[in-house]
Design a protein around this ligand. Structure first.
Ligand SMILES: *Cc1c(COP(=O)(O)O)cnc(C)c1O
Length: 385
């Protein structure tokens, strides 16, 4: 039962086609391998994808968010409201610019920031809000921007996981304030490492360009100057070429992920996991890009810890991940006064969530194997009641 002839199924794996690989080889042979024509092309195609809004590319999603905060003028004395159910960098960049992260709990169904709590957390010092679209599911974007408008807040969307997601038919990133995307290797569209910021106007785009490379305004034979404190955040042309190859396939990627997510729901129906009370994600096939398929384990009805459950999956040839333990319980944030009990939904979800395999190279047969494995473990280790 535990020994199978299937190859091990990781929880994520990028799909890089031959055209992209050949394109990378061409860049490597071209004589220009760092930021140059490929980066420019990548930005142009991203901008076209997002309805013509200005876009600048960076070497990570993390620095993209940090630069967005700088463009929005967020700094010492400002509060930024975000969610504890996210990758650690969302809150770290708030600290990085000298501002104070303020967490609000998640909605237990969507697993995203609860917008009612967002509204209650706003103070005169609140400068910005950073929503996160966990697993690619957007928040209620109408409500988000209504709140932001009413309280004059900047919105820095951590859309790291939401490339290809939509809201009422409009692409995430094609509207709104400052929208940050990640192209990390595990994301739906990758440039190995990388990120992009979608902005409102050319002034912001120019500022982003300066922050990206040491604040340099002018280079050339007649001198050099910088007028803001920038960093070293530029994307290489090798990475940009990977991103271009991926971007051209995004619609197919999203379609395939939605089909696999549907297959998951069908396979889980009526099985042991669901009978024990495992929490499935919201069934959204219009807005979400299905960056991840996450279940909440019914740990109170299992004779296993989450780690043991994941070990059992591994023995059946199935990889899994945790996205994420609630961020406010990390040492860095505990040292700033956060503690257990402050955000109960995020804590409960963070302690029980498991990310199952979902990537474009998977088949529906793989999905069936994953769900069969989950159900088998639930049968074997479920408490009788
Ligand atoms: C991946 C991710 C980031 C950071 O992106 P990097 O490119 O790894 O720096 C930020 N927030 C969320 C929610 C992410 O998933």
């Amino acid at each position: 039962m535990t020994q199978t002839s299937r190859p091990f199924l990781p929880f994520v794996k990028p799909e890089i086609d031959e055209e992209t690989i050949q394109g990378v080889v061409d860049v490597l042979r071209s004589g220009w391998i760092t930021t140059g024509p490929q980066n420019q092309q990548f930005e142009a195609e991203l901008s076209a994808y997002f309805g013509g809004r200005p876009v600048r590319a960076f070497n990570s999603g993390t620095c993209t968010m940090e630069i967005a905060l700088r463009i929005a003028g967020v700094g010492a004395g400002d509060e930024v409201i975000t969610t504890p159910m996210t990758w650690v960098s969302t809150a770290n960049v708030i600290l990085e610019v000298g501002a104070t992260p303020v967490f609000v709990d998640i909605d237990p169904v969507t697993r995203n920031m609860d917008l009612n709590l967002l509204e209650k957390a706003i103070t005169p010092r609140t400068k910005a809000v950073m929503p996160v679209y966990l697993a690619g599911l957007p928040v209620d974007m109408d409500r988000l921007y209504e709140i932001a408008r009413e309280h004059k807040l900047r919105v820095i969307e951590d859309a790291a996981q939401a490339f290809g997601s939509t809201w009422k038919g409009k692409r995430i990133g094609s509207f709104g304030d400052l929208v940050s995307i990640s192209f990390h290797a595990n994301k739906n569209v990758t440039s190995i490492e990388g990120g992009a910021l979608i902005m409102n106007n050319e002034d912001e785009a120019e500022l982003a360009r300066k922050y990206r490379l040491q604040g340099i305004t002018r280079t050339g034979f007649d001198g050099m100057d910088c007028d803001v404190l920038g960093g070293k955040y530029n994307l290489t042309d090798v990475a940009a070429r990977v991103g271009l190859g991926q971007l051209r396939q995004v619609e197919r990627f999203t379609q395939k992920r939605r089909e696999l997510a549907r297959a998951y729901f069908d396979a889980f129906e009526g099985g042991a996991a669901v009978r024990l009370g495992a929490g499935l994600p919201p069934r959204n096939f219009t807005d979400s890009n299905w960056h991840m398929f996450q279940i909440a384990l019914p740990l109170d009805k299992l004779q296993l810890t989450r780690a043991q459950f994941m070990e059992q999956l591994k023995e059946r040839g199935v990889g899994a991940g945790v996205h994420y333990p609630a961020l406010h319980l990390f040492s860095l944030y505990r040292a700033r006064g956060f503690a257990e009990g402050m955000f109960p939904h995020a804590e409960r979800y963070g302690a029980s969530t498991v990310t199952l395999p979902l990537f474009t190279l998977m088949s529906e047969d793989d999905v069936a194997h994953v769900v069969k494995s989950v159900d088998e473990i639930c049968e074997q280790f479920g408490l009788n009641r």
